[in-house]
Ligand binder design. Structure first.
Ligand SMILES: Nc1nc2c(c(=O)[nH]1)N[C@H]1C(S)=C(S)[C@@H](COP(=O)(O)O)O[C@H]1N2
Ligand SMILES: [Mo]
Length: 248
């Protein structure tokens, strides 16, 4: 699992401050079934999750902008998993990229009735949604872009989510695994985006397909998607020290 840098002192401060409050709130909360958490840091996550899920009905739309408000957009984190110099070099990705992603497919598996792989052509058959939204990176910057893709909800409906499905785990070519809950997965602005600002999704922004999770902070919008696994259990990626639930 990938490790991300974050100052330990800040993590400890957050954990100490929130763990007690989280412990007070959680046992009484029937409405939000909080996910599992592997360590004390996840107490803070649970608190954010409970607070936001209680306050919001879950499907409120985030603000959308006009095309004229689109800004420049830096690329962060991995910018090319097919580069042998990248710490997350992936040979399979390099081969797919060299062939303009002709053979790329997104695998959808787990708690679905019809597990299968979707080519880009398959994904483009779904009714597309286009939205101009603001990306908020946890490092402090934000940027506005137009995204086009299919709602993740449409794909999940197509694959047939089973009754006990609760989370969606996203796997990328640069070895991230990230988990979102069904409320976010089914949100109408949660897209599997294959276009940015009217062009095919650029390499540095996650080609050929990335998640746009507009209800949460930047690092939840997974680039370089490879596989989607529907689960009944939360896939705890807390070993990195980054919160799993980071609503905006
Ligand atoms: N697979 C993958 N997804 C990722 C990242 C990454 O390094 N690898 N970086 C995350 C972070 S921290 C941010 S802010 C956004 C950046 O998207 P951008 O490079 O298109 O600006 O992607 C997120 N998704
Ligand atoms: Mo970020």
């Amino acid at each position: 699992m990938r490790q991300r840098k974050r100052s330990v002192s800040r993590r400890q401060a957050i954990a100490t401050g929130l763990a007690a409050v989280g412990a007070l709130l959680l046992p009484g909360c029937k409405r939000s079934l909080a996910p599992t958490y592997g360590n004390i840091l996840r107490m803070g996550d649970a608190l954010t999750y409970v607070a936001q899920r209680t306050l919001l009905p879950g499907q409120a739309l985030v603000k959308e902008y006009a095309r004229s408000e689109i800004t420049s957009f830096p690329a962060t984190g991995t910018v090319n998993p097919g580069d042998p110099a990248s710490p997350y070099y992936n040979k399979e990705y390099q081969a797919l990229h060299n062939d303009d992603f002709k053979d790329w497919k997104l695998s959808v598996e787990g708690k679905v009735n019809k597990p299968r792989s979707y080519s880009m052509e398959d994904l483009r058959q779904f009714t597309a949604r286009t939205q101009v939204t603001r990306h908020q990176c946890e490092e402090g910057w934000s940027a506005i872009a137009e995204w086009k893709g299919l709602p993740l909800a449409a794909l999940l409906v197509d694959a047939g989510i089973k009754a006990d499905a609760r989370y969606v785990a996203l796997h990328s070519f640069d070895e991230w695994v990230d988990c979102i809950d069904m409320t976010d997965a089914l949100h109408p602005q949660t897209l599997l985006a294959y276009e940015m600002n009217g062009n095919k999704l650029p390499l540095q922004h996650g080609a050929p397909l990335r998640l746009r999770l507009e209800t949460q902070i930047g690092y939840k919008s997974m680039k370089y998607l490879k596989k989607i696994v529907v689960t009944d259990k939360f896939v705890d990626t807390g070993d990195s020290g980054w919160a799993w639930y980071v609503g905006i």
